[in-house]
Design a protein around this ligand. Structure first.
Ligand code: FAD
Length: 411
């Protein structure tokens, strides 16, 4: 049997895989990316954060993304009953991009994958990685769409298989998330929101359920007159509602007066309604002999602050830096140069997510008098700058600063 050879093998052509592929091609590496599906394909995760633009730019993919014509995004709006607030990400503590896009992932992922291909990565659709033998020269088995199989030997494997979590499952790396199990029901609607409505198409809208502080909706406008609309809750909450998932989604949206009036003329489910449950996940290690885990194949927290794709890009950037040093003949310590730096920002997001579900963060953002400086620091993290240790809310390792602010705003 012929065993194919490559330098870097990437499993999955989602955002993490494609950005890693493009960055490694800039270093002149031989890159093979295997994607089991055919593109374009639907994926969830449609609202980007400005921090992600830095990685798109560094990967040489900025022009591709800009020219795709996605919805411009400059912030996040929050509504809970009569309380409203909005963050403009151009006004923030950390330097860097203040705007980004909201994207149909079928198109966005395709744009990134094709960009990586144009830069010289070999991309095969329909080829599924079945098994991996880690080690000095890891070996991978692959099945083609026609059912035939082949093997590839690589210098290094990047697992960017997303929610499939290929290596964590195969190598028994899964460790439980410390978040309770939550689920989301969502679809795309042709929103027909009138221009005069109090709705900023340049921002994601996060609405808290009028009675349940831990239940929330996203409304993510696209550039084609549609919105992504979803609700997040613990699975038992969805069981209170009759009917199929579309009816459940409509009933829950019907409980919020603001969303009900915004969506009064909406055409529902221009894309089929979907449900995903138990997406929060963690791993005991983000790397091992001959491999590293990128994006959702590693740790996934929660969708509330739209941090998933940004974290996926950050992991791709850190891994490609490590590989650059490896090929320069240096010894790479993946724990201190990949895992620890990646997890530092994830930890910042985790503090914010925990505070969101406990209600503290919601008290902070709706509080009538806020210090502009503190608001800029929060805006920075909402914009994805969770690795900027100059920001006191990033450097807040114990979470003490956050708790003090919560207490001040609860009084
Ligand atoms: P993916 O995008 O999942 O890509 C993985 C790819 O690997 C897939 O194309 C898959 O087909 C392929 N693959 C899997 N197994 C194999 C195999 N064995 N062989 C070959 N190929 C394989 N993030 C945001 O940034 N903004 C948001 O607004 C947001 N909203 C979210 C809402 C919800 C309800 C959830 C659950 C998540 C949300 N996220 C959001 C997170 C976002 O979906 C993910 O973080 C992001 O898609 C991760 O990208 P990835 O490249 O790691 O994986």
């Amino acid at each position: 049997e012929d065993v194919e050879r490559t330098e870097i093998l990437i499993i999955g052509a989602g955002p993490a895989g494609s950005v890693a592929a493009a960055m490694l091609r800039q270093q002149g590496r031989k890159v093979l990316m295997l994607e089991r599906q055919q593109f374009p394909r639907f994926s969830i995760g449609e609202s980007l954060l400005p921090q992600s633009m830095e990685y798109i730019e560094a990967a040489g993919l900025l022009q591709d993304v800009v020219e795709a014509g996605f919805q411009y995004k400059n912030g996040a709006a929050f509504v809970h009953g009569k309380a409203r607030t909005a963050f403009d990400f151009r006004k923030k503590f950390s330097p860097g991009w203040g705007t980004t896009y909201q994207v149909q992932r079928a198109d966005f992922d395709n744009v990134l994958a094709r960009g990586a291909e144009r830069m010289g990565a070999t991309l095969r659709f329909g080829d599924e990685v079945l098994s991996v033998e880690p080690g000095e020269q890891p070996l991978v088995s692959v099945r083609r769409p026609d059912g035939s199989e082949y093997r590839i030997e690589a210098d290094f494997i990047l697992d960017a298989s997303g929610f499939a979590r290929l290596l964590p499952r195969l190598l028994d790396l899964e460790s439980p998330s410390n978040f309770p199990v939550r689920g989301a029901i969502f679809c795309h609607v042709r929103d027909n929101i009138p221009a005069e409505a109090e709705f900023d198409r340049n921002k994601i809208l996060i609405t808290t359920h009028p009675e349940h502080i831990d239940v929330w909706y996203w409304t993510i406008p696209f550039s084609n007159g549609c919105c992504s609309l979803g609700v997040v809750a613990e699975p038992s909450f969805f069981e209170r509602y009759e009917g199929d998932d579309l009816q459940k989604l409509q009933a829950i949206v019907g409980e919020d007066p603001n969303l009900t009036s915004l969506l009064a003329n909406a055409e529902w489910a221009v894309l089929p309604v979907r449900r995903i449950t138990g997406y929060s996940a963690n791993v005991s290690s983000l790397w091992g002999p001959g491999y590293a885990l990128l994006g959702n194949a590693g740790e996934f927290l929660d969708p509330v602050f739209s941090s998933g794709v940004t974290i996926a890009f950050k992991s791709a950037q850190l891994a490609s830096e490590c590989l650059k040093r490896r090929y320069a003949g240096e010894t790479v310590d993946w724990e201190s140069e990949f895992s620890i730096p990646l997890r530092a920002g994830v930890k910042t997001f985790r503090r914010f997510v925990e505070s969101w579900y406990q209600g503290g963060f919601q008290k902070i953002i709706y509080h009538p008098d806020q210090q502009p400086q503190v608001r800029d620091m929060i805006s920075s993290i909402l914009a994805g700058y969770a690795w900027d240790t100059n920001n006191p809310y990033v450097a807040d390792d114990s979470g003490r600063r956050m708790r003090v602010l919560e207490e001040l705003c609860s009084a």
